[in-house]
Design a protein around this ligand. Structure first.
Ligand SMILES: [Zn+2]
Ligand SMILES: [Zn+2]
Length: 78
């Protein structure tokens, strides 16, 4: 058996790791008993549950921060 993919919290959308306290929901998803604060690494501000996100590996970014970084990366490599 391969390594199972970690489930994601339905509220804060980060991966749930072994040992974290979770709640199993009626809809079959899982969420943390109490979610850790998620901080966007690009602007250092909080990523609020229920708001749009962009994923960068395990990091959650604001869509605006993500596209700003993407645009500057494209410009830098040109
Ligand atoms: Zn959570
Ligand atoms: Zn941000």
């Amino acid at each position: 058996m391969g390594e199972a993919e970690l489930p994601r919290c339905a509220v804060c959308r980060t991966s749930i790791t072994v040992g974290e306290a979770v709640v199993f929901r009626q809809d079959g998803r899982v969420q943390h008993t109490s979610c850790p604060k998620v901080v966007c690494p690009l602007c250092s501000r909080e990523v609020l549950p229920g708001t749009p996100i962009r994923r960068d590996g395990e990091a959650l970014l604001h869509p605006a921060c993500w596209s700003r970084r993407y645009r500057s990366a494209v410009r830098g490599s040109a």
